[in-house]
Design a protein around this ligand. Structure first.
Ligand code: NAD
Ligand code: DAU
Length: 352
């Protein structure tokens, strides 16, 4: 048996591949374009492992994808590949439309061509699992109920609009062609191998480097944080038992304001790696807000719990401590990802 994972050199995809092969011997074909966000260092422990085949390529390249499908005959495709950073989508949206919309479209077409020719038993067992985000639902006020699967899509950023478009394509390929799809919409992930353009790893690394900890606006925007390994477990669960054509919200029941998240990281660092003088929180700096910044995301994950029995194993308190510890212990991984392209982004976004 084989699965095809796309975007498996990124943050969540990388964790997914590592966790999958820690629990199963099923072959993983990992298709990743290796953009600035893709990093083979994350998969270093698999470099000699015959259960992992890495292929550098674009989900939008129909020839590459069709050849892989024909060669390896996977029973499932799990699609993580995407441009994923909201700030980059504001600065340069074109790549988001290219990969998240057109790339997903081309991937769906390649997969449909393969799936239609499968023998009946394989055809009905096949799954296309599309990994999406809670940001497609837009923004909430403090008193709104958390996002349920029945909420209307109201994306506000180029990133979330491109993900919403991809979700609609996936839905339509099921409704029109019968492709056996399932979509997951997850809240903010954090944990090992998180690229340091995102809030949590950026703050950990800036704190250790003695740099400012940039808080957009008033820092009272709320996100629901989920430890990445809990997300990977949810995806395995949905892949195994999710209902076809359904969407499942995935979340950690951990709503936190950004300022609180940053203060928590500072406190953990004060304890684990105290500064010679002063405290890390003194580095907190309020900077210009993100354009169109969504105020609050919150996920109602009851459908996934009630139908499939999934629940997060980590609380924010346990997960964030593990994460800070991981970054303290993996300075080599950090060195390798904070290359020229990363420094260029810091200059463009933060002027440092
Ligand atoms: P990431 O940016 O860390 O990784 C994306 C990976 O996709 C990279 O390895 C990159 O090289 C690859 N990629 C990009 N374009 C590609 C293309 N055209 N063809 C093949 N590979 C390509 O992203 P992530 O945070 O790991 O997110 C993975 C998925 O999960 C995305 O679809 C994202 O929208 C979704 N998601 C992320 C979060 C989060 O908090 N990070 C939460 C919910 C959903
Ligand atoms: O909700 C799920 C989404 O979570 C995923 O779909 C995205 O791929 C993922 O990047 C993440 O999006 P966010 O925009 O919420 O994550 P980010 O880490 O960029 O920002 C988290 C919050 O912190 C957000 O409110 C913006 C704020 N922020 C971010 C950065 C990078 C700051 O205040 N300062 C910063 O420097």
């Amino acid at each position: 048996m084989t699965v095809l994972v796309t975007g498996g050199a990124g943050f969540i995809g990388g964790n997914f591949v590592l966790d999958w092969l820690a629990q199963s011997d099923e072959l993983v074909i990992n298709l990743d374009k290796l953009t600035y966000a893709g990093n083979l260092d994350t998969l270093k422990s698999l470099s000699e492992d015959a259960r992992h085949v890495f292929v550098k390529g674009d989900i939008g390249d129909k020839r590459v994808v069709s050849d892989l499908l024909a060669q390896y005959q996977p029973r499932a495709v799990i699609n993580f590949a995407a441009e994923s950073h909201v700030d980059r989508s504001i600065a340069s949206p074109a790549e988001f439309i290219q990969t998240n919309v057109l790339g997903t479209f081309n991937l769906l077409e390649s997969v449909r061509g393969y799936w239609q020719e499968l023998p009946e038993a394989e055809k009905s067992a096949f799954r296309f699992l599309h990994v999406s985000t809670d940001e497609v639902y837009g923004t909430l006020s403090l008193t709104d109920a958390p996002f349920a699967e029945t909420n209307a899509y109201e994306p506000n950023s180029p990133y979330s609009a491109s993900k919403a478009a991809s979700d609609h394509l996936v839905r339509a390929w099921h409704h029109t062609y019968g492709l056996p799809v399932i979509t997951t919409n997850c809240s903010n992930n954090y944990g090992p191998y998180h690229f340091p353009e995102k809030l949590i790893p950026l703050v950990i690394l800036n704190a250790l480097a003695g740099k400012p900890l940039p808080i957009y606006g008033d820092g009272q925007q709320i996100r629901d944080w989920l430890y990445v390994k809990d997300h990977c477990a949810a995806i395995r669960c949905v892949l195994a038992a999710g209902r076809l054509g359904q969407t499942y919200n995935v979340g950690g029941w951990n709503e936190k304001a950004n300022l609180e998240v940053v203060q928590t990281i500072c406190q953990i660092l004060d304890e684990l790696k105290p500064k010679a003088s002063g405290r890390y929180a003194e580095q907190i700096t309020f900077v210009q807000d993100r354009a169109g910044h969504d105020r609050r995301y919150a996920i109602d994950a009851r459908k996934l719990e009630q139908e499939l029995g999934w629940k997060p194993a980590e609380t924010f308190e346990t997960g964030i401590r593990k994460t800070v510890q991981w970054y303290l212990e993996h300075r080599d991984w950090v060195e390798n990802v904070t290359t020229g392209a990363y420094r260029q982004w810091l200059t463009q976004q933060y002027g440092v």
